[in-house]
Design a protein around this ligand. Sequence first.
Ligand code: WTA
Length: 630
Amino acid sequence: MFGGNLTDQDKGLERIFRPLPQTVIQANISPTEYEAAMKRGEIDFEGFWEEAAEELDWFKKWDKVLDRSGAPFYRWFVGAKCNIVYNALDRHIETRIKNKVAIIWEGEPGDMRKLTYYELYRKVNKFANVLTSLDVKKGDTVAIYLPNIPETAIAMLATAKIGGVHNVIFTGFSAMALRDRLKDADARVLVTADGFYRNGKVVNLKAIVDEALEECPGVETVVVVKRIASDIDMIDGRDLWYHELVDVESPEVEIEVMDSEDPLFIVHTSGTTDRPKGVVHVHGSYMVGVYKTFQWIFDIKETDIYWCAVDIGWITGHSYGVYAPLMAGATTVMYEGHVLYPKADRMWSMVEKYGINILYTSPTIIRMLRRFGSHLPLRWDLGTLRLLGSVGEPISPEAWLWYYKNVGKENCPIVDTWFQTETGMIMISPLPVSLLKPGSVGKPFPGVLMDVVDTHAKSKKPGEEGFLIVKNPWPAMFTTLYKDPQRYREIYWEKFPGYYYTGDMAKKDADGYIFVRGRADEVLNIGGQRVGALEMERALRDHKAVEEAAVVGIPDRIKGEVAKAFVVLKKGIEDSDDLINELKNKIRHELGSIAILKTVEFVESLPKTSSGEIMRHVLKTSQGSSKEAE
Ligand code: WTA
């Protein structure tokens, strides 16, 4: 049945790749079981997820799997008691996983640390005690502004273990962006580092924190991890060294018994508003969804070394960089720095050095590495790889094939996984035993019902583009927007009543395979990271020379998309290159390094509808004749 890995049944890039025989033999789920699970998911998704929940440890089981009475505020595993950290750490300490390596960490300069599950458990407990000593209680937010270092995972797990709510803020965000998030999440304690290494340079993280906190009186305590041992200002009464605090704490702590629906973390993301919004996830259903998808999609084995090469500050880092691999008892690799440092073969050198079996990364990274040529992966032994993953943005068939041939050597299935900060877990992906179509994210996961529809929620025909929606509640779903339940309802559940609106455009082929085109709303996807056009417009409008501004995404060969601003200047103001640079710097200063404003075009006016809404689609296709600068 599975004769070889590819058929040239279609020409060019539209090839279909059959599952590899060795993949099928080893798989955690066989093709027949997968088919049965898909059917089961369709007729009884609650039963399907209940069975998945049985595979994890609970302090008390649920009275009801799903409560729809408060829809769209669905509640999963009602009445159950649990703590995700029990599943990610505590239960392993009773088994032979105790002495297995949990985290292999590599710093950008090449330094390395390995932590076993037992060591990680003790470090988490110590830091949990530190947080308690700082008066962090159940339900309190702990903000974490840290790069990919083990302390980031430790701080997340320690917070969750005592019932706190972590709010990790990506270190690419600027002081102003950090300040906005700290205020929004009501953080009293912030965990950060003196600095870290990125692209051969030191990023002085603490200096950014000091700037952010000038206007953030709510943060009373800053815990500072010593990563680079540089000379930094420590403010008396506010700043404390991480190592001094943990040194005196006990390595044992009582785990907090949480309700299944108690909050676990907040991650801010960009959407259709001019401020980032806090997406809230909870303990019970999140652990079920993330655990099950990881087990089947990544086909994880006890012996695997798994590397999720993204930043922990994003949802992918939370779900599949920290929680999923730890719940599975896997060995996970974490890297601090830039993938092109010191050369474009850093990733391949790490695959060889650690014998990595599963590599999960983003199309932007794949495109970046591809640009440096196919000879680089050839210089390293990538023979341990058996599965590749992609996430965060559409991957073109060309990039997919490059990854498949040059990294996977035609021996590794690629799981192109679609999900969102809001969905928490992967919603659409092939399994390793599926047929693979380059450029397609495959089919929804068993127990997840999705469709491509028109504005009246009617299914589109195969090949037609439409809105991507989810038709049923799923575990790992976010439960609200922090302090803004009304917007949760409006943004996601009102456009297609009864269904969750993803904000994406997609099409399905005749086999039900989904091809995602990208966002239908005012969200840009720059290098796989979400940036709100409205957030950029707000920053531009704040500039004294600007009357009005509109931001749209334009295609970029490496980043997928970058931002272009159309700016109307106030009367009497002359455009100039200096002004363009000022505007670009303002965006960077206010939003951070991910918000790349590539081009500014000055225009006389913006195209608007009769009700005054900017017609971004017109701007997207317009060529523009006025002054433009890159
Ligand atoms: C996009 C990232 C195509 C999509 C996990 C979605 C993708 C947004 C894919 C969410 C994929 C994510 N193929 N597009 N495999 N995965 N996206 O919240 O537009 O940062 O709505 O979560 O990324 O971005 P977020």
